[in-house]
Design a protein around this ligand. Sequence first.
Ligand code: RFL
Ligand code: PHB
Length: 393
Amino acid sequence: MNTQVGIIGAGPAGLLLGHLLHLKGIDSVILETRNKEYVIDRVRAGVLEQFTADLMTQMGVGERLHREGMRHDGVYLSFGGKRHHVPLSELTGGKAIYVYGQNEVVKDLMQARLATRRPLHYEVSNVSVIGIDSTKPKIRYQHNGVDHELTCDFIAGCDGFHGICRPALGDAVKFYDRTYPFGWLGILAEAPPSSESLVYTYSERGFALFSMRSQKITRLYFQVPPDEDIRKWSDDAIWEEMLKRMTSCDGWKPNVGSILNKNVTAMRSFVVEPMSSGRLYLAGDAAHIVPPTGAKGLNLAASDVMHLGRAISAFYCTGKTDLLETYSATALKRVWRSQRFSWWMTQTLHRFPDENPFDYKRQLADLDYITSSTAALTSLAENYVGLPMDVAF
Ligand code: RFL
Ligand code: PHB
């Protein structure tokens, strides 16, 4: 079996890349270890940058995003019991964020893939890559109990943080990482959002975040120890803690409702450099992880694949490899900027177990400065909606 681009992983990165290549008439095969329902049901990202929304629109997969997604022109930072509004659009020349679940993004992209009739195989196993330094690298895998070998011109490693592609880069790569001494306990609740904007709260009891998925569903998180056992938290205890952290002096608090889903996510920052070796190119979480505080992970996956799609398409149009050669450096520039922002949001809004009263006061002073300086607020806003980048593929 042959294809032009073998794509490993059918999360947002793999599906977006497959569609970008399709729009350029380039053939691909997408391989995914999980089943379709699992990939759709995973509760993950909720916030798309302006760039990601524009990319989806220009790729022709943004129709439902614009119909059902929620455009947010602002966000709140809450500390010392008070909510402070950050007018994102006013500070960034009209840009915004879009609250649209990763589940919905994935559904739209699966639908688009199906319509192209190009291959997307779920529940594959024993995936491995071989010959990445040759011009015909191969992917070996099993599907429905049968062994397959797929010969490709290029392989895209879109298989997330625990995939097999990053280890296949070999020994010449370098890792940069940091783990955090906390995780997030996240819930989906059947409760109409009580605020039109997201609320990031820094309280003495630790970080909490109010977000949403629709007019009926609220998404909430709070900081817990990294290895917290979710079974320790009854629904009542979760709401009690959520309300203690989030209720502000003006009486604002989230609406309480039945909890549909709850889990704990560990937090880390991670980057591999370079993001490619031979004809294997990584994109998305396979190459980097950001703590979710800045809402950047899926957005970085989107910017990676736009660059990779453009580089591969330039190769087929002109035979030139220059964009492929600079892919890693180009992608990493945005990755590091998003790492910086996500780290900064995380360390500003969380309580650290080893902090002392000085650190707590310093964090409050940081938040006080940000919310009282137009320069600082503008910097926050331009990073949060996504640093400027043109959609070009
Ligand atoms: P994914 O989504 O992990 O998809 C990788 C896919 O590869 C499959 N796979 C394999 N397939 C074939 N062969 C193998 N050997 C394979 N090994 C693995 C996996 O089954 C999977 O389907 O990576 P991708 O596509 O790079 O997408 C990245 C995003 O999923 C991730 O960055 C975001 O979810 C991060 N994130 C957020 N990002 C945002 O931009 N905005 C947000 O608001 C936001 N909030 C979040 C988040 C992540 C969170 N968690 C749970 C980590 C909130 C949370 C709580
Ligand atoms: C979410 O809605 O899941 C969400 C929102 C903002 C974040 C992280 C996650 O920073």
